[in-house]
Design a protein around this ligand. Sequence first.
Ligand code: GDG
Length: 724
Amino acid sequence: MSRTIIVSNRLPVKAVKNDQGELEYLPSEGGLATGLSSVYKKGNNLWVGWPGRYFKKKEKKQEARTALQSKNMSPVFLTQEEIILYYEGFSNETLWPNFHYFNQYALYKKSYWDAYKKVNKKFCDELLKVLSPGDKIWVHDYQLMLVPQLIRETHPDVSIGFFLHIPFPSFEVFRLLPWRRELLDGVLGADLIGFHTYDDMRHFLSAVSRICYISNHHGQIQKDRRTIATDSFPIGIDYDKYANQAAHPDTLSREVEYRTSLGKQKLMLSIDRLDYSKGIPARLEIFDIFLDKYPAYQGKVSLLMVVVPSRDQVEKYKHLKEEVDLLVGRINGKYGTVNWTPIHYFYRSFPMEDLSAFYRMADVAMVTPMRDGMNLVCKEFLASKLDQKGVLILSEMAGASKELSDALIVNPNDKHQVVEAIYRALTMPEEEQIKHTSIMQETLKKFNIHHWVDLFLGKLDDVTQKRNELATKVLDDSVKSMIKKDFDKAKKRMLFLDYDGTLVPFHSDPQAVSPNEKLLSILTELSNNKANQVVVISGRDRKTLENWLGHLPIDFIAEHGVWLKENENQWHMAEGLDNSWKGEIREILDIYVNKTPGSFIEEKDYSLVWHYRKVETGLGELRAREILSHLKYLAVNMNLQVLEGNKVVEIKNIEVNKGKAALKWVQQFKPDFILALGDDWTDEDTFKALPEDAYTIKVADIHSAAKYSLEDYVAVRKLLEGLY
Ligand code: GDG
């Protein structure tokens, strides 16, 4: 049975020393650990990650390794320097602020980046030690963005998923990172890339398009002859666990105890790790404004604020802690009385039983991060509300707001809006509370953590299966020898060869790829054999082809089939083509040239091409779609075809295409062996038009009507050389 290997910065347990000085492994806090525990504990599955502690001695490391192995875990040991530079440094002082739109806090240090690369490699090496054939790998989060590509380099066929737990920022913010390209290339080593929200996915795709110059089709990216899928998978919680905990007698007795000491006052709750992205100071200021604006609530409502210590070695977090301490002190000093404390502030973590009691007790949960990938606290609060009474105030900057639209959704920067939301929450009739909570509970029950794991791994399986199906298309040695055998047997062979991207590399300057000696010698060898009919079939103009290759005994199909030359006769035009449409269409294209700087029209004998490769990314694509819809009906009436190519829109006579031209050649010369090679969408017409027994080969792409694929023009030349 195939295994799933989870790779994340932290293992789901942390190593701690007990009073006897022995190592113990306690569960780490957080939704991910509990959620994925159901996966890695199954069968032989495995979790690779850092055990959260620095081990100096070799024997201690070995001891930890043995203990963790028995729990299906494999440790990655980090040195103190690596923890400082890779974890606290690049992960938490560079990526975290940038990805959470706190770019003013981001540090760009080469030493951090070097450590990040080194530690990502370390994770990859540890993983490779335990990897077996058939395993699938699930890499988690921003600390390990380079791992997918590092694995891919040595294991091109392994199935890799990547999930980002924090937001992916807009391109304008992401581009500020000096290592943006490397980070994207790293993640693009995966087969499936998951985000919490569609917006995160959209931002990622936009960054890939603008930084790597790779576009996507419905979220699918083509890179290095691989298809990479992206999708949104909003993480859920272990709903039953929180609901059951809320019903547990231990939770109930704690609730009674706390309620007794608090009295009848209303309770608002906030629980976060200490982090500037969570908006803790702003929340305190809001509470201050609320008490000031609605003095009747003084003495009647308290805020129970749990702040879990986190990253306290990082400078920014130390300052934040001081700021929070100060604000809490100020507000309690300003409003507090002998009988009433406005804010009950705890800077520590609590056991689950206490958290559950807090969730039960709270009338209002204030989840108001400035930015949050998802936020699990709001979901846990709702799951713990067994009587469905309670109100959630939720920041629209948290991924969870996309699913929980029945909450009071607020912009945490609009302090007065949040103040009014608090007032509304505290005065909301119970029926209304129950109505909203029950709707949200239904969503959370369905989209729970198990559902999330199944959705992600299910999609990863689909993507891998599709890749395997397509992998049969890769032209391997056995197909090559079959081609050679059929080629040798045949008496009359026809070879359709596209030029750009197939016989020569694709170049942005079309004149820069004249045939070199090597290519000329291949074409000469092939065409000198009278049993071979070599046909160069290209979108290029006839003059260039004649100039470069006209001296050879080969046939030509130029401009996609407008100009033809066979048996070394004169060039002639395809018959019955009409050109009268050009004036009207040109007028339309001129409108788009006038409003799109950088675009231009190219006129060919039987087509017009609108080019936008120099137009601002995004704008060109938008205009191309406008042209397509503008010409949709007109083109049909005028017997024209409108085609989208690589940064071009081409309008041409419907009769002109490589497929029709190639078929004519086949019908006229009746070969008993056909080989067709091409690299772009215009070659698809050829592949589709040729008889079933033709060998059709797509270059540099696996998505094609062709039967096989080859990686590049070098492989094409090698194949052709192998034929003579
Ligand atoms: C990242 C993303 C995304 C908190 N205090 C205690 C405690 N917790 C638990 C909560 C909750 C978890 O920690 C916090 O999860 P969040 O989602 O709120 O936030 P991050 O840690 O920043 O997580 C976030 C998440 O990844 C998952 O993809 O939602 O956006 O930033 O489960 O209950 N647990 C215990 N004691 C505490 O005092 N036991």
